[in-house]
Design a protein around this ligand. Structure first.
Ligand code: DOR
Ligand code: ZN
Length: 349
């Protein structure tokens, strides 16, 4: 018999881009609808590099919450070559900043101020290790000689392994894992390392980007990989291994900036995220594993309590809108105009 309903504790999103100012009027309500908490990425312009900036950004997010919403933004700092250990300590002491994000300089959207060489960050990383504050890594090298499809694997070999050897206690989240190499590395490591997996890397592969023409709304970073890597991600996410948990990497860009001669990287999924994950787990015959992935393992890794409200999903078709308003401009969401086969039936009080 096919399963028609599933109830799980309210999920959290451990990797989210909300942007700023009027964009928050779209992104915050979409995430707050079903997620209780989210790790908020700091790649604004200018980036969120100080505790003061992160706390001010947190206030703007809180103000954009719908009336009565319990949504909690968990803030992060953007690591630079100049991040001091004192700044790390201030961030930790603020009690609102939960992690620090490593963008290798030039790796992705708004990463120009990122780290050029991790040797510049020795003191900051040592303090994070002492405090138990996780480092969230965008795991791609930026060397122009390295093929874009190989950048994640080369990052593991050249950057991650030496980092782990230097700081064996540093908690690390390998963000938006996209390859079999990454999930194998995380699974087999004895280090305190986990990985987030996005709905788009579970549902799409590079054919969805390139076959029949270029599909700019499927362009993201790390770029979609071949289907064997997609299969490895599905296996990891649905395995019940607590090292893999939900992080959407929902990253809004207006339609015109994606449908461009040099289109931006990012896929918006916050309008339908938990429903999209439910589709993946259903197709894999692993709906019983969704609770751990979506509602337990991330909280456990961050040392935070699990949520208590209950969310019920039902197997029922609904149609995604063709476009969403994003600061007065159209945005094309993931699955625009198409059917999603799961929907949220209830969120308990
Ligand atoms: O596709 C992506 N979009 N990947 C990232 O790493 C950044 C994100 C963004 O901020 O647009
Ligand atoms: Zn991201």
């Amino acid at each position: 018999m096919t399963i028609q309903n599933i109830t799980l504790p309210q999920p959290d999103d451990w990797h989210l881009h909300l942007r700023d100012d009027s964009a928050l009027n779209t992104t915050v309500p979409d995430s707050a609808r079903y997620f209780k908490r989210a790790i908020i990425m700091p790649n604004l312009q200018p980036p969120v590099t100080t505790t003061e900036q992160a706390l001010a950004y947190r206030q703007r997010i809180l103000q954009a919450r719908p009336v009565g919403s319990y949504f909690q933004p968990l803030m992060t700092l953007y690591l630079t070559d100049n991040t001091s250990e004192d700044e790390i300590q201030r961030a930790y002491d603020s009690q609102h900043i939960y992690a620090v994000k490593l963008y290798p300089a030039g790796a992705t959207t708004n990463s120009a101020a990122g780290v050029t060489d991790l040797t510049h960050c020795t003191e900051a990383l040592a303090r994070m290790s002492q405090l138990g504050m996780p480092l969230l890594v965008h795991g791609e090298v930026t060397d122009p000689k390295i093929d874009i499809f190989d950048r994640e694997k080369v990052f593991i070999d050249q950057i991650l392994q030496p980092l782990i050897a230097r700081l064996p206690d540093l908690k690390i989240v390998f963000e938006h894992a996209t390859t079999r190499d990454a999930v194998d590395f995380v699974r087999e490591s004895s280090h305190p390392i986990a990985a987030t997996i996005t709905p788009h890397h579970l549902l799409l592969n590079r054919n969805d980007l390139l076959v029949g023409g270029i599909h700019p709304h499927h362009y993201c970073l790390p770029v979609l990989k071949r289907n064997t890597h997609q299969q490895a991600l599905i296996e990891a996410a649905t395995s019940g291994d607590p090292k893999f948990f939900l992080g959407t990497d929902s990253a809004p860009h207006a339609q015109h900036s994606k449908e461009s001669g040099c289109g931006c990287a990012g896929i918006y999924s916050s309008h339908a995220a938990i429903e999209l994950y439910a589709e993946v787990f259903d197709a894999a015959g692993a709906l019983d594993k969704l609770t751990g992935f979506a509602s337990h393992f991330g909280a456990d890794f961050y040392g935070l309590p699990r949520n208590t409200r209950q969310l019920t999903l039902s197997k029922q078709d609904w149609q995604v809108p063709d476009r969403i308003d994003f600061s007065g401009q159209p945005l094309i969401p993931m699955r625009a105009g198409e059917i999603i086969s799961w929907q949220v039936a209830n969120l308990s009080d």
